[in-house]
Design a protein around this ligand. Sequence first.
Ligand SMILES: C[S@@+](CC[C@H](N)C(=O)[O-])C[C@H]1O[C@@H](n2cnc3c(N)ncnc32)[C@H](O)[C@@H]1O
Length: 220
Amino acid sequence: MGIASEVFGDALPVAERYAEFLAGPGVERGLIGPREVDRLWERHLINCAVVAEAIPADARVVDIGSGAGLPGLVLAIVRPDLKITLLEPLLRRTTFLTEAVGLLELGNVEVRRGRAEDAAADLSVDVATARAVAPLERLAGWALPLLRPGGELLALKGERAATELEEARPVLARFGVRTAELLQVGQGKVDPPTTLVRVVAERAAARAPRRAKGSRKRSS
Ligand SMILES: C[S@@+](CC[C@H](N)C(=O)[O-])C[C@H]1O[C@@H](n2cnc3c(N)ncnc32)[C@H](O)[C@@H]1O
């Protein structure tokens, strides 16, 4: 538990309660596989907590496809300065997340039921996170419209990170993205370190809403 207390600090007791909730109701309700219980800390909690290294102070964050709360709920535990929206389409999962937020008494988390591609109308955040949700070329198309100009997508990716980044280049170019790179966090805390793809939203055009069907082009 040495690394866990180094990573979570004063928040370790809250992280432990969350780990118990994942290992109990999380497994019973099928939100996490039973085989994950033995590796909850290294593979899930610490692996997600180290993403905080790449998130600026006081950021507004959306975690796309949060599932059982990974990485969003972990980030809310380790970084009380962040304001985090857990965005998840499935009712069974949002119910679990709402219960977890209540149990852990987290005041910096909102649970929202919905799909990322439908959320741009009322979300504009500094950082979007996502783990195991969709290939980068699809994820980028969902996440970039949720970011303010200069905001960042931090996608947790494994061995395919570099390949996914190359495959996503055409989509990123369509959004005017100039900065998209691999980043490693958690050096010396998780083995291997967590690999992120960091994509910076360059311009407000990424948020332009699609014209409604039948609406007329304005002549200017
Ligand atoms: C494999 S799970 C990963 C859950 C969690 N991020 C993790 O790493 O354990 C993928 C999650 O993405 C959610 N999801 C799928 N399509 C989505 C969409 N269009 N917008 C937001 N979430 C979506 C699913 O409901 C599911 O909870």
